[in-house]
Design a protein around this ligand. Structure first.
Ligand SMILES: Nc1ncnc2c1ncn2[C@@H]1O[C@H](COP(=O)(O)OP(=O)(O)O)[C@@H](O)[C@H]1O
Ligand SMILES: [Mg+2]
Length: 273
């Protein structure tokens, strides 16, 4: 059986739609028949709460700190979709790791040691939602990833917010994490971008889309629509709102999201560059 494709959803800025899109994209992959493991790697735990889990036990914290270790870290949250729940302690745990050697390999080692126990090879995709930083915790996620998927949104100047430094920071981390003998980096993930919150009727978004169209690292465009907000509040995947009678605008919107998610999947399915 093939190994799962591993993706970290990362950006240097909050509010770009990481959690909302991870939730919906993960569930969408499940409806397409793929087995998905989501990992809430953000101590704000928004992804976990969106699945209606508010329990502080059996979380991702157990991977990083034995004190939090629990017997059942993997929750079954939807058909084909499992979740390792987030922990509000993850940020502070990260700070205690600073002086440990191999501190960026904790998640890597956990996955390796638990591969059979949790039947990791049965997953088609592992997707990690993250906190907007490149702390040790997020570096652990990058270390196991094939791809970094970063959401960007149009700024008021028609360009990009937060496309900024992430590529450079990742490149630095790649260089730091080289095998001393072979000089190969342990970090093999490439980065691609998804343009989120695209409106189709403003001049700003028009400029933004023109810019996006010229950038090969931007693999998909997700339209702006209020129903995304409802989706996370009401704990429902957006396609549950795709019910007749639909306005023409709504039809175009849902078709646009289907296309975007298919494009994101295609980018994830590709080999690392
Ligand atoms: N395509 C979209 N259209 C409209 N609102 C969106 C869209 N994507 C995300 N949002 C909204 O943007 C806000 C921030 O999203 P969130 O997923 O919490 O971002 P992050 O996890 O990156 O901090 C939320 O209110 C969410 O509902
Ligand atoms: Mg979030």
């Amino acid at each position: 059986m093939a190994e799962p494709k591993i993706v970290t959803v990362l950006s240097t800025k909050g509010g770009t739609g990481k959690t909302t899109q991870t939730y919906n994209f993960g569930l969408w992959l499940g409806t397409q028949g793929y087995k998905v493991l989501l990992i809430d790697h953000d101590h704000q735990c928004n992804l976990t709460q969106t699945f209606g889990i508010f329990d502080a036990s059996n979380t991702v914290a157990g991977i990083y700190d034995n004190e939090f270790k629990e017997p059942k870290p993997i929750h079954d949250v939807a058909e084909n979709v499992d979740l390792i729940a987030g922990s509000m302690h993850l940020g502070t745990i990260g700070e205690t790791l600073i002086n440990k050697t191999m501190k960026e390999f904790i998640l890597f080692n956990w996955l390796d040691e638990n591969y059979d126990r949790y039947n990791i090879s049965s997953y088609d995709y592992i997707i990690l939602d993250s906190h907007p930083d490149l702390s040790i915790i997020q570096k652990n996620a990058v270390m196991i990833s094939n791809h970094i998927m970063s959401f960007i949104e149009p700024s008021q100047y028609g360009g990009f917010d937060a496309m900024d430094s992430l590529g450079t920071r990742l490149e630095e981390f790649k260089n730091e994490a080289r095998d001393p003998r072979t000089k190969d980096s342990y970090v093999t993930a490439d980065i691609f971008f998804v343009a989120n919150k695209i409106a189709y009727n403003t001049s700003t978004s028009h400029e933004f889309r023109e810019t996006v169209a010229q950038m090969k690292d931007v693999v998909a465009e997700i339209p702006l629509r209020e129903v995304f907000n409802r989706s996370t509040i009401e704990h429902k995947m957006i396609f549950e709102y795709e019910k007749a009678p639909l306005t023409d605008g709504a039809k175009i919107f849902f078709a646009g999201v289907h296309t975007a998610y298919a494009d994101m999947k295609a980018a994830i399915d590709k080999e690392e560059k």
